[in-house]
Design a protein around this ligand. Structure first.
Ligand SMILES: Cc1ncc(C[n+]2csc(CCOP(=O)(O)OP(=O)(O)O)c2C)c(N)n1
Length: 816
């Protein structure tokens, strides 16, 4: 659009662009905003434009490139504000405020992370949900941290205050010894009844202390629910994320999550983001939290509106809520609302903020509470509301005493009914083998391409080889094993999602789930065309993020338990960029929250001389986290084992995360390839016995690639007295299977754990004490690299020398 030279339009344009910098946004009037020369002047036009853009609402939207979207915002900002339901707003403000004060008075010294200073969040959420209800929303998923959580649980999720109060009494601690979570992290399910009679199911997602990491989980959960809902899913399921200002500005996972908004395979049709901006984080001032004026600036990279609103003007807050919800409806886009308030007490109620911000807190003490400001401004009578709210809370507290246990405020959706967690029992196993005819049929579908499709010569050759594999004319490699596992599951009606960096082709050029036409670059994904009935299949190249993407996939697994959901790290060690998701959700979710997930992590692992970073997927990290059968940790030693472990994961009703250390150089290695028969019968073996040696003098136990190298070394040495066993499942530790395998070598003098990793890494620490317990008279030893601060050497030659030393030691250690 040409830039107007007409002064009137220029003035208006300046205010559209910069007006928020003159707006009255901070209830305490402490924010210092930069002066903008373009806004100077006091003509009629200036005053009109100022009225639109410099009241208690400021909006940043000039960075949105789409003219229609900017016009949409302009039209609404430049029109009179719709009249809100003032009585209702006042009631909600009073109720939110008195709820906090009631807890303060009745449970002194307890942490509740009060919302006081930002209580207009409650009418805000009301209005978002009211607007959503008008456009077909049936379900809202809320992610938030500690701040105001109890308040939201009662006022938005619709749980009884009595249930929250029972949490303060902490009844029956024995029921959660060693597990459970604090009350301001637990999830809650409820209903919001909108004025139009629609009931929106609300779920507040369980949240760890680690701020912002719940964001991608909420998005993944919303995505799964939307997928389940079908064509109108994005309208029916709304994600709402509440953030602290410090966390929004500071946490990288927030930026990673924002970046998912418009991506194929990740878009949820827009998230309503609310920064509950109390302009402090614990004891830290905004100037020390963010390099920008606004905490929200990180969101400006995205083409989405950012509304700033003064939290003391509850009417304006509600107006922004309506705008945000309607914008989401109109454009299926994210919206950020920066709700600027203050924090009335310390970070938690046991903190004294006058130690670090004495002047600020003297000022806050004198500042009237939000409902009093609103009552005065509107002339509405608040006293009867105050009395009524107090009486209700009294009654709720009496009711709370009746609970014998802290009530669970969460209800699992019906689709979880067939699935269960808890300890492993052999009864959970299902048949994973697939008849040869079915393997052949799946193989055919996997290698078919549409008529006229131009295949790359290398891919053409690969497909021809895969055809031969499916016909049993050639041993099957890992790539084919995986393709067959996924294809046969899809044909059995199991939906599938696999995401990771470059996962459609596969980092090691091994997958080729997506075939690319060499003339048109059109893609064909055979797996997407072979599911039974309505079964869906998502194979997605993820953005370059670990935390947000792993969180998202964990979220999908939480709301699609019947699907096989896999996340692949480009190299296994990159998963440590998502360590919080692994520690706080994947490993601990069942113990803390009773929440299950069948998510699979595919982590390429193996020492191949590629340096410190591309060698180790850090087996030790997962084994350290393993307890109470919280997840499964496997390293399949052959293609067939990989096939069975994936199918086992999908077919069992026992829902546990599965960590699979996947191969790199072994992907196409003949030693790890399997014959078709191994897919048509048998099952995953936790311990792979030695097919060649019985009654050995020495037993080498290992996991992964080194086992194949040990076999080659043994052959070279013409050694017939050393058995080599693979531990393909490390956790739950297969003690019985291992005992049976060891019993084949009753005369063994030594059992040697051999690993590629340094002594302070790998499975050594975990396996050795268990072996010692099981070894009877045999000596237990280990062969490993020397303890090291880094997983592997940077020199390929040094690697080879080390590797050869390991192999030599494995055959000589302890021998006299
Ligand atoms: C990832 C992470 N780092 C540090 C903390 C410790 N911590 C808890 S609350 C808090 C301040 C949060 O400030 P803000 O995001 O502004 O939210 P507020 O508590 O002010 O509402 C900090 C640093 C945490 N919970 N999570």
């Amino acid at each position: 659009m040409p830039i107007s030279t007409e002064p009137r339009t220029q003035i208006l344009e300046a205010f559209r662009r910069w007006g928020y910098l003159e707006a009255d946004l901070d209830p305490l009037g402490l924010m210092r905003l930069p002066a903008v020369a373009e806004l100077g002047g006091d003509t009629v036009e200036h005053r009109a434009a100022r009225g639109f853009y410099c009241g208690t609402i400021g909006v940043e939207f000039a960075h949105i490139l789409d003219t229609e979207r900017r016009r949409w915002i302009e039209e609404r900002m430049e029109a009179p504000a719709p009249a809100p339901d003032r009585q209702r707003i006042l009631e909600r403000l009073v109720s939110a405020e008195i709820f906090e004060q009631f807890i303060q008075a009745r449970y002194p010294g307890a942490k509740r992370f009060s919302l006081e200073g930002s209580t207009s969040l409650i009418p805000f959420l009301d209005e978002v949900l009211e607007s959503a209800a008008v456009t077909g929303c049936e379900h809202a998923l809320i992610g938030m941290s500690h701040r105001g959580r109890l308040n939201v649980i009662v006022h938005t999720v619709g749980r009884q205050a009595a249930e929250v109060f029972a949490g303060f009494a902490d009844v029956d601690p024995r029921s959660v010894l060693g597990a459970g979570d604090v009350k301001y992290h637990r999830g809650a399910t409820g209903e919001f009844r909108a004025r139009n009679g629609v009931q929106i199911r609300i779920h507040l997602v369980s949240n760890p202390s680690h701020l912002e990491f719940v964001n991608p989980v909420v998005l993944g959960r919303a995505y799964a629910k939307q997928t389940r809902a079908g064509g109108e899913g994005k309208k029916q399921v709304w994600p709402i994320l509440l953030h602290g200002d410090g966390a929004f500005a500071g946490q990288g996972v927030l930026a990673e999550s924002l970046n998912l908004a418009a991506l194929r395979g990740y878009s949820v049709g827009g998230t309503i983001h609310v920064i509950v901006n109390n302009r402090i984080a614990f004891t830290t001032w905004p100037e020390d939290l963010q390099s920008s004026v606004f905490a929200s600036d990180v969101a400006r990279r995205a083409p989405i509106p950012i509304f700033h609103v003064n939290g003391d003007d509850a009417g304006a807050v509600v107006r922004v809520a309506r705008l945000a919800a309607e914008y989401r409806t109109a454009f299926l886009s994210d919206v950020v609302v920066d709700l600027i308030g203050y924090r009335r007490h310390g970070h938690s109620e046991v903190d004294d903020p006058s130690i670090t911000q004495p002047v600020l807190y003297r000022r806050i003490a004198e500042h009237p509470v939000t409902w009093k400001i609103y009552a005065e401004r509107t002339g509405l009578e608040a006293a009867p509301i105050v009395t009524r709210v107090r009486e209700t809370l009294d009654a709720e507290q009496r009711e709370a005493k009746r609970f014998e246990k802290i009530p669970s405020m969460r209800k699992l959706p019906g689709y979880w009914a067939p699935f269960f967690g808890g300890r492993y029992k052999p009864e959970v196993e299902e048949e994973t083998a697939v008849p040869e005819e079915e393997l052949r049929a799946a193989g055919e579908l996997l290698t078919e391409v549409p008529a006229g499709f131009h295949l790359h010569p290398k891919v053409k050759k690969l497909l021809e080889q895969r055809q031969e594999m499916a016909e049993g004319k050639r041993a099957l490699d890992y790539g084919m094993a995986e393709a067959l596992a996924l294809a046969t599951l899809l044909r059995q009606g199991i939906p599938l999602r696999l995401s990771g960096q470059d996962s459609r082709r596969g980092t090691f050029n091994q997958r080729h789930a997506s075939l690319v036409d060499t003339e048109t670059e059109q893609e064909h994904v055979p797996l997407e065309h072979i599911g039974a009935g309505e079964v869906w299949c998502d194979i997605v190249n993820s953005p370059l993020s670990e935390a947000a993407v792993l969180g998202f996939e964990y979220g999908v697994s939480r709301d699609y338990p019947e699907a096989l959901v896999l996340w692949e790290a480009q190299f296994g060690d990159f998963a440590n960029g998502a360590q919080v998701l692994i520690d706080q959700f994947i490993a601990a979710g069942e113990d803390k929250w009773g929440l299950l997930s069948g998510l699979v992590l595919l982590l390429p692992h193996g020492y191949e001389g590629q340096g410190p970073e591309h060698s180790s997927a850090r087996i030790e990290r997962y084994l350290h986290l393993a307890a109470r059968d919280n997840f499964q940790i496997c390293q399949p030693s052959s293609a067939a084992q990989y096939f069975h472990v994936l199918r086992r994961q999908a077919l069992r009703k026992w829902r546990k995360p599965l960590v699979v250390f996947t191969p790199k150089s072994m992907l196409r290695h003949p030693d790890a390839a399997s014959q078709l028969g191994a897919f048509a019968e048998g099952q995953f073996q936790s311990v792979v016995r030695d097919p060649e040696v019985r009654g050995a003098d020495r037993v080498l136990l290992c996991t992964g690639k080194i086992g194949h190298e040990l076999r080659a070394e043994r052959k070279g040495r013409a050694d017939v007295s050393t058995a080599i066993l693979f531990l393909d499942q490390m956790y739950p530790f297969p003690e019985q299977e291992l005992a049976v395998a060891l019993a084949e070598h009753p005369e063994a003098r030594e059992i040697v754990w051999v690993q590629e990793e340094p002594a302070n890494m790998g499975a050594l620490f975990f396996v050795l004490p268990r072996l010692e317990r099981m070894a009877h008279s045999a000596a237990v030893r280990s062969v490993k690299r020397s303890a090291s601060a880094t997983p592997a050497t940077g020199s390929a030659k040094a690697h080879e020398m080390e590797q050869q030393t390991l192999l030599t030691l494995a055959f000589t250690t302890g021998k006299h």
